[in-house]
Structure formats: C-alpha cells, structure tokens
Design a protein around this ligand. Structure first.
Ligand SMILES: Cc1cc2nc3c(=O)[nH]c(=O)nc-3n(C[C@H](O)[C@H](O)[C@H](O)COP(=O)(O)OP(=O)(O)OC[C@H]3O[C@@H](n4cnc5c(N)ncnc54)[C@H](O)[C@@H]3O)c2cc1C
Length: 530
C-alpha cells in the first residue's frame, strides 16, 4: 500500500467501509483523495453485512411502497424527504454498480435479479450478492476499484484525533498513524464515514476496532449530533465467551427456528402474537423482559424444527461459522442474546452530507439525515451509504481545490493529561445495563451523573486515555438524548414511558455549548421541512 508523500489533500475520507469507498469512487479524478482506516482497511462493519440491499426494481413494487415501509419501521420520525431520495435514487445506484461490473445474484431462468423478502418489507426487494456475502462482495469490489485510482491514497492503522476548524471552516485534521506518528493533514473537504456507535455496548455486532468516537470529535468542534437515543438491538446474536459474536439472521427464525429461555422453554408467544417473527425491537425487548424474570441472560436458538437437510442447504455459512465456535446447529442449541447492532443517530447532515461546518461532510452509519427515523428497516443501510455517498461526492466535486497555504498553524490540540477512572469495558457494561434495550429515568440519570465530569473543559483537551474519555462523553450524550425522549418509539424503549407520545414526533439535536458542560438542545421537526 502506498504511503502518502504529502500532508495536503483536496479530500480526506475517514473510514474505508462502503460509505468511504463509494464516496471516493465518485470523487473527480482531478482531486487528490486520502482514505484513512483506524485499523486495517478490512476492519469495518461493511464486510459483516450478510443480507443485502433493498431497492424497488420490479413491479408491482415501487419506491412509494419502499418509502411507506421505511417510514413505518422508523416510527414515522423519519424525514420523508430523505426517504424519498433514498428509495428513488437507490435504483440508479444499483444499475450503476452493475454497469461497473458488480455482480448481484440473478435468477438464471428469467435473467432478473433475485429479490429476497425480508421482515417489514411489503415486497420482495432485497438484492443479494454471492448468496449471503453481500458485505464482503461489495467491499472487495469497491476496494479494488478505488485502490486502482491514481488520485487516491490509503493510510491504514491511523486514528483521527482532532478536526481543525477556524471561522466555522475546516482546515484539516490531526491523526495518529502507526507509520507517521502524530501528524496534521490539510484538506478542503473532510468526509466522515466512520461507522456507527453500537460498539459502545458490552454486547454488540460491531467490528472491535472502533466504537463511534469520531462522533465525539465532531461534537467537540461544534458539529451537531442527532437521534442518538435510537440504537437498534438485533435479537439473535451468537454469544459465547472467547469467540467473536455472530449474527443469526431473521431468515433462520423465518424458516422455523424457535427461541428458548434459560429454562429451555419457548416464551415469545407470551409477548407477541407473531412470536419469534415479531419485529427486531419487539423480540429484543421481550428477551430482555424474560431475562429479568428468569434472572439470567442464557437464551438459545433452536434450529432443529428446520431439519438438518434444510439447514445445510439454506444456511451453509452459518453452519460453518457455528462449527468454528464448537456448536453443531443441526443438533445443538445456539446460545444467543440481543446485541447493539446499528445506530440510527449520528452527525446531523442535510441531504448532501453537509454538516453545519463548511467543508465537513458525513456519510453512512455515522451520519443522520433522518432517513432511518426511530428504527432502520432491514437492508436499508448499505443503500443509504450509496445514495448519500454519491450526493456528497457531487457536492465535494464542486468545491475549489485546496489552497496549499493554510492561513495559520493550528493550535496544539492536547495540553493536559487526565486519567480516566473507567476502562472502556466498564463503560460498555454501564451502557449495557443502563442505556440498553430498556431504559428509565433513574438509570439514565445514573449514567449522566457518573459521566458528567467528563463533559468539563479539561476533558476535551486531554491526550491521555483519549479513547476512553471519548466513550464517556458519547455515552453521556446518548443518555441525555434518551432522557429527553419521554416516550417509547421504535428502538427506544422507556419503561417509565412505555407508550408513544405525539408530543415527541421530532428529533433532538445536541451541540456543544462553549460555556457549559451541558449541550445546547434543539428540536428538529422533519415534518416541517420545506
Ligand atoms: C453483522 C452485521 C450485518 C449487517 N447486515 C446488513 C445488511 O444485510 N444490509 C444492510 O443494509 N446493512 C447491514 N448491516 C449494516 C451495515 O453493514 C453498516 O451500516 C454499513 O456497512 C456501515 O458502513 P460505513 O461505511 O458507514 O461504516 P463501516 O463499514 O463500519 O466502516 C467504518 C470505518 O471507519 C473507520 N474508523 C472508525 N473510527 C475511526 C477513527 N477514530 N479514526 C479513523 N478511522 C476510523 C474504520 O476503521 C472503518 O474503516 C449489517 C451490520 C452488521 C454489523
């Protein structure tokens, strides 16, 4: 991999998942682009995606139906404008990928794309690639394309430390790189594509190398964060001490697998008429309630009702992956429990990825333009990166190239070194216990009072244990967002406010105040958008 020979770029992209790669793919070849990955380029959640990409390609489906399903899943908190863009423009993005050589699975007899049916979609509209290997397939395809572009450089094992802003305009970034040490890099456009924050929970499906701390860095330089309280928990995550977590997809329950409680008894029919086939949030919340009753989180997925032949035919990869974890799913129970899976909230952007700071953009799971509302519809996130990645690249392409003489040297970012009393594991446990599938005022206030000290000024300027302090600050902001929302909607469930309340059909935007540790809170009402 080429090392950068300069510290001036037209465009810097933080993240090498689908959002970063696809945006880079669309940047004008006349612009120099640097892509940064915290760990290796392959450490991203994009590669973990098994299912697919939703697009209303064939009748009787159409973008309006896709839009309706997305709004319903999102508890109608979504920006209808953003969903309209998503569901219409995804069709062009899919055909464009295919024209560039990406292979979606086809039905050999009709020659049409295979369209899978997924929960909460009214039509068969989910495209697959290499069966259930969409994530790896799209990552490999885009990585190969972008790597071959002469204007593009990759920098791995490099962490974003700080964003330099002057007069509400981007100047550059500070990074720590294993090869270059701590360095300042200058650019006219910064595209943040750093993924979600589900890794901030003890149980999660995320890559272990990151947990969303770029959101804290963005917040520190004055960028607004929104919808942070909405974290999607996937109900069936394989959990076994000493092994990486593994997602047991809805399709497995769709084929007849059942959930068992710690007494190895079925329980879901006591919570919802659709039992195991209820929506993700209902199943996760039911498992949580059942675990409190049983005083245990030892739950199981039993695949035996599906039958051995069908398991091997339909789920060969799951079978192999579970064998690697010493479980034979054709005859043994699979230990599962919900895990944090997707973050609906993030860096507040418009429909072209623009933040409130000139020159800074955000795309994909780290961003929020209201597309997903209170809960993401399955197979809508990879396409979110495609649609809004292209729109963001178009805006960046219109920017003048970098003036290679920045006005002033940026001030040093770090001048104190304060210890964090918590480890990252303790923060993840705290979030799991108090900020997780079900929350209440008492738990949220506990998180806030424990973490409030880290919102004070010195903690925004510290070099020591920066990552842990970022985690404390982000957790505080999630807790504050969850406390503000005194209702239950989508993925956000308050045991003290179990009903949806129309008074809260807006989003909360949090922005750093200069004179107080509490953020400035604004309401965003997508329904009032022009
Ligand atoms: C198990 C699993 C299955 C899924 N299945 C599907 C599916 O079938 N369909 C679907 O639509 N979605 C699915 N999703 C969701 C989807 O995969 C993600 O939302 C999407 O891939 C996010 O892409 P991204 O480019 O925004 O971020 P990621 O792919 O997560 O990439 C994040 C990048 O940011 C970099 N980064 C992070 N922090 C820093 C830092 N401090 N400094 C420098 N770099 C940093 C990382 O190194 C990485 O390169 C699934 C997710 C998981 C976990």
């Amino acid at each position: 991999m080429k090392e950068p020979l300069t510290n001036h770029f037209d465009v810097i992209i933080i993240g090498t998942g689908i959002s970063g790669l696809y945006t880079a793919f669309h940047i004008d070849p006349s612009k120099s682009v640097l892509l940064i990955a915290k760990d290796s380029v392959v450490n991203c959640n994009t590669r973990k995606a098994k299912g697919g990409m939703a697009a209303a390609l064939y009748e009787p489906d159409d973008p309006t139906s896709h839009l309706e399903d997305t709004l319903k899943a999102g508890g109608y908190l979504n920006s209808k404008k953003a969903v309209d863009v998503l569901t219409k423009e995804v069709i062009d993005r899919i055909y464009e990928l295919a024209d560039n050589g990406f292979v979606f699975d086809k039905n050999p007899s009709s020659g049409e794309y295979n369209m899978g049916l997924e929960g909460c979609h009214s039509h068969r509209r989910v495209l697959h690639s290499q069966g259930d290997r969409m994530g790896v397939a799209i990552f490999n395809f885009l990585y190969e394309q972008v790597k071959s572009l002469p204007n593009t450089t990759f920098l791995e094992h490099t962490e974003l430390l700080d964003i330099i802003v002057e007069d509400n305009t981007l100047q550059g970034v500070k990074v720590h790189s294993s090869s270059l040490g701590e360095t300042t890099l200058y650019c006219h456009s910064l595209a943040i594509a750093s993924g979600g924050y589900s890794g901030i929970y003890k149980r999660n499906t995320s890559d272990k190398s990151f947990f969303g701390n770029v959101l804290t860095i963005a917040y520190k330089c004055g960028i607004g964060l929104t919808d942070l309280e909405f974290v999607q928990f996937h109900p069936t995550v394989f959990v076994k001490e000493g092994f990486e977590t593994l997602l047991m997809s809805e399709a497995i329950r769709g084929e007849g697998a059942v959930l068992l409680n710690p007494q190895r008894k079925r329980f879901m029919d006591r919570y919802h008429p659709d039992a195991e086939l209820a929506s993700r949030d209902i199943v996760s919340q039911s498992m949580w309630k059942e675990s409190l009753q049983c005083k245990s989180q030892d739950f199981y997925l039993d695949l035996q009702p599906i039958g051995k032949d069908k398991i091997l035919r339909l789920f060969p990869e799951v079978y192999e992956n579970c064998l690697l974890r010493h479980i034979d799913i054709t005859k043994e129970l699979v230990p599962v429990f919900p895990g944090a899976h997707y973050s609906m909230g993030g860096i507040y952007v418009d429909l072209f990825g623009r933040t409130n700071i000139h020159g800074i953009y955000a795309i994909g799971e780290c961003s929020c333009n209201g597309t997903h509302g209170a809960n993401r519809l399955a197979s809508n996130s990879l396409i979110d990166s495609l649609v809004f990645g292209k729109r963001t690249a178009d805006v960046i392409n219109d920017q003048p190239s970098l003036d290679h003489t920045p006005k002033k040297q940026p001030p040093p970012s770090f001048y104190s070194s304060i210890e964090s009393p918590f480890t990252i594991q303790q923060i993840q446990q705290l979030n799991w216990d108090c900020l997780g599938i079900m929350r209440n005022k008492e738990q949220l206030e506990k998180v806030m009072s424990l973490l409030r000290p880290f919102m004070q000024d010195p903690y925004w300027q510290t070099s020591s244990e920066k990552t842990t302090i970022d985690a404390c600050q982000l957790s505080y902001l999630i807790a504050q967002s969850a406390l503000l929302r005194q209702e239950s909607r989508g993925a956000h469930y308050r045991t003290d406010f179990p009903e949806e309340n129309p008074q809260y059909s807006h989003s909360f935007l949090l922005q750093k105040a200069s004179d107080s540790c509490d953020p400035i809170v604004r309401k965003i009402n997508y329904k009032e958008e022009k």
